[in-house]
Design a protein around this ligand. Structure first.
Ligand code: IDP
Ligand code: MG
Length: 168
């Protein structure tokens, strides 16, 4: 048994259909702990970096449009880090197969996903597939301060003259 962390995204269709609560309830069946959570406005750059491994797939452009929220009105996803023993496979199992029509109907994708008439797999949730992917994705979507357990090494840095938004 290895303690792992995994990245979960509730995709724009999941948010638009008000499935956040249902999906979090299903994920709680894993008995894993939530170690981080954010609502993220997804830029094209973030989406393309997240799905970089799929850039040669014929559905890549539609996938980017989907994940940035182009089909669901709002440019946002909910990003979560789940923490615990065998977190990666436990979350993948409850998500179900990539193709929502092939996914077990009791899985999250089987229950809530659909294939659109233009062929997009709107499958409501993303989950990291393996430890390397989990590490890359958690580091892409979260800063160390936003995750309560730092299972990857961290370092302290001093940041000078960075432009940030502040409340006016
Ligand atoms: P995964 O999400 O189960 O890890 P990946 O192969 O990494 O599956 O694909 C990422 C996402 O791209 C899927 O969740 C789905 O939304 C979309 N996708 C994957 N394969 C297809 C396809 O054959 N047609 C349309 N969309 C696809
Ligand atoms: Mg994948």
């Amino acid at each position: 048994m290895t303690v792992e962390q995994t990245l979960v995204l509730i995709k724009p269709d999941g948010l638009e259909k008000s499935l956040t609560g249902n999906i979090l309830t299903r994920l709680s069946e894993t008995r894993l702990e939530i170690a981080g959570a954010r609502i993220v406005r997804v830029s094209k750059e973030l989406a393309e970096t997240h799905y970089a491994a799929l850039k040669d797939q014929p559905f890549f452009q539609e996938l980017i449009d989907y994940i940035i929220g182009k089909f669901h009105g709002k440019r946002k996803v909910m990003a979560l880090v789940y923490h615990g023993e065998n977190a990666i496979s436990k979350v993948r199992e409850i998500c179900g197969a990539t193709n929502p029509e092939e996914a077990d109907p009791r899985s999250i994708r089987g229950a809530y996903g659909r294939i659109t008439t233009s062929g997009i797999f709107e499958n409501a949730i993303h989950a990291s597939a393996n430890p390397e992917e989990a590490e890359r994705e958690i580091k892409l979507w979260f800063c160390p301060d936003e995750v309560v357990y730092n299972i990857y090494p961290v370092k302290e840095t001093k940041v000078k003259s960075v432009k940030l938004l502040a409340w006016a």
